[in-house]
Design a protein around this ligand. Structure first.
Ligand code: GSH
Length: 250
């Protein structure tokens, strides 16, 4: 019997979106197990995959880290397309960009979006709860102030840190703008790769693409200052690129 694939996630997480998109891209049949932040430790730690999600379980194999998951599905599930080019030079370029987005973009877009989301209980719950089991939902709802406190502490969220993160995110967008300035269609080579997928996924919290693989607040549900922020990112060449690959490749 073929091994079943289970992807452990926090639904709205953009690193989880990255893994989910990779699995969907190769049409892998998998089940997603969604948990609220912090409560997910009750599953992630015993699985041996560590404290962060996504974690992919394939039979007895446990793969943590979104980039390792992308490499795993790319190596074993190519369906006429791939995320990491065979050409070693292009592959190195893709991996370098992916690593840069993982470390320099992901933590910052996440801090910015949680800074705004955690101030509005119903928006936060609407994003976190879909697909989560009833007991976990109840624990999250009952203990929301505690979870909010722990998340703010865990991600070092404050008005000042959110402002700095906004700046860092803008710098990465600017670097991507410059890369796209020669009119290229994709970040590396002439096809969609893990570099485009990673940029678009990790930029998604400040772009709110309609095709995101989990419910995100709609532009008409968020407060005016966040609409302004999202629109400013959407107006960049990098933002337009991410929205286009969401439309065409997600
Ligand atoms: N480098 C990791 C980062 C994953 C990550 O930071 N996941 C967050 C959700 S967005 C998480 O699980 N946080 C829980 C924690 O830090 O305990 C990856 O690419 O998979």
């Amino acid at each position: 019997m073929a091994d079943s694939y289970r992807l452990m996630t926090i639904g709205p997480s953009h690193y989880c979106e990255k893994a989910r998109w990779g699995l969907d891209f190769f049409e892998v049949d998998y089940t997603e197990d969604k948990h609220p932040p912090l409560i997910h430790w009750a599953w992630s730690l015993p699985s041996g995959g560590g404290r962060t999600v996504p974690i992919l379980k394939v039979g007895r194999k446990v793969i943590g880290e979104s980039s390792a998951i992308l490499r795993f599905v790319d190596a074993g599930h190519r369906n006429g397309r791939c995320l990491y080019p065979d050409d070693s030079g292009l592959r190195a370029e893709v991996e370098q960009l992916e690593e840069r987005f993982d470390t320099r973009l992901g933590p910052h877009t996440r801090r910015v979006v949680y800074f705004h989301l955690l101030r509005r209980r119903s928006l936060a719950l609407d994003a976190i709860e879909p697909g989560v089991g009833g007991i976990q939902r109840l624990v999250l709802r009952t203990g929301f102030p505690f979870f909010r406190f722990m998340m703010r502490r865990g991600m070092n969220i404050s008005p000042a840190s959110a402002e700095r993160s906004l700046d860092y995110a803008r710098q990465v967008f600017h670097a991507v703008d410059e890369r796209l300035a020669d009119g290229r269609e994709f970040l590396v080579g002439d096809v969609f790769t893990a570099a485009d997928l990673t940029f678009a996924s990790l930029a998604a919290p400040v772009l709110l693409p309609a095709q995101y693989g989990a419910p995100l607040p709609g532009i008409d549900e968020i407060p005016p200052e966040v609409v302004e922020l999202v629109e400013s990112f959407r107006a960049t060449a990098a933002g337009a690129h991410a929205l286009r690959v969401y439309r065409d490749c997600r």
